[in-house]
Each structure stands twice: as C-alpha cells, then as structure tokens.
Design a binder for this molecule. Structure first.
Ligand SMILES: [Zn+2]
Length: 190
C-alpha cells in the first residue's frame, strides 16, 4: 500500500468510527477524541447519515458529558449492568487489572482502535441488556471512572464472593447487586 492509499484507509476508518459513534448518540467531544475529526466534519457526517434519514431516533448530543460515578450504583439493576460492562471492558482489553483489584487504561486509550473496541463492547452490552439503562456516553464515563480508581472500582461481594462494580468511598463491606436484589425481594415479600 502506498502513502496515499494508507492515508485513504486511515481516513475511511476514522469516518466509519465517527458514524458508528454518532449512531450510539456519542457526544461530539468523545467522537473528536477518538477520530481526530473536526467538529464541523462530525456535524456534516451527522447531517449526511442521520438528520435527513428516515430514522429519527438518533440525536446529536452536544455539551458536557454527564459525570456522576454514583449513578451506576443507585439501583441493583443498574449496578448489575455496570458490572456487565466492566467485564466486557476487561475482556476486550480496554481496561486491565493493575494490582490489588485496581484498574487502569491500556496504552492506546483515545485512539481509533480504542474507539472501535469500545463500540464493539457497547454493542455486546446492548445485546445482553434489552432495554439497556446505560447510554453510550455514560458507559464511556464508567470506563473513565474505573480507570481513575477514585470513586468506582471492583470488589468481591462479602456474601457470595462475586466480583462487581463498587463504590470505593463507601463505608462497610461490599455487597454485590444480586445480593442487594435478594434483600429487596425479601423486604417486598414481607
Ligand atoms: Zn453477592
């Protein structure tokens, strides 16, 4: 492949990724970070592929990405979905276990390859959870929060030993979403 063919393939890959991310309603800043495409180029891609299409479901997200790590722990069901995503992040090599259950990013964070892998993970998550509670952008922030190890991490359940997404600032022994659900159901049966 000569230099100009290589450039074309690289450009095509970035555009395909941007279109795929737009279809998941990723925000412009997130798409820019992975593809290097300009805001204007992303806007044109959205207009070309989605705005005038028969599919009115895809919306263009602007502004700040929501960032509240505790969002993933508010209900056992959401915590379970966040745990599914975390397992997929690890299996796809988007995250790795650094030491003592601490997580970290792999080296190519923010690259086109990373973005493609993230799309594959998110699409697997959508296939496993229908309807899915966690948006693409929220999933992106989950990955970020897990890699930062400030508020969110993984822990082993004090009762059943299953590994799950956990609030690192919480006081008390970690309890997984399945055990939380059992408690809820017991309470409801009384
Ligand atoms: Zn448990």
């Amino acid at each position: 492949m000569n230099k100009s063919e290589e450039r074309y393939v690289g450009e095509r890959r970035r555009v395909d990724l941007a279109v795929r991310m737009i279809s998941h309603e990723a925000r412009t800043g997130t798409i820019r970070g992975c593809t290097g495409l300009s805001e204007d180029r992303i806007r044109k891609l959205y207009a070309h592929y989605f705005r005038d299409s028969a599919d009115p479901v895809v919306r263009r997200r602007r502004g700040k990405t929501p960032r509240q790590p505790t969002y993933f722990l508010t209900t056992p069901a959401r915590q379970m979905e966040a745990t599914t995503l975390t397992g997929l992040f690890l299996a796809a090599g988007l995250l790795n276990v650094v030491a003592h259950a601490r997580l970290g990013f792999v080296n190519d964070h923010g690259s086109t390859r990373f973005g493609l892998r993230f799309c594959e993970v998110y699409e697997s998550y959508l296939a496993l959870h229908d309807p899915a509670a966690i948006s693409f952008e929220r999933a992106w922030n989950l990955l970020d929060a897990l890699a930062r190890n400030h508020e969110l991490g993984i822990a082993r359940c004090d009762r059943c030993a299953s590994v799950h997404v956990h609030d690192l600032l919480a006081v008390g022994r970690p309890v997984c979403p399945c055990c939380r659900l059992k408690d809820t159901n017991k309470g409801g049966a009384r």
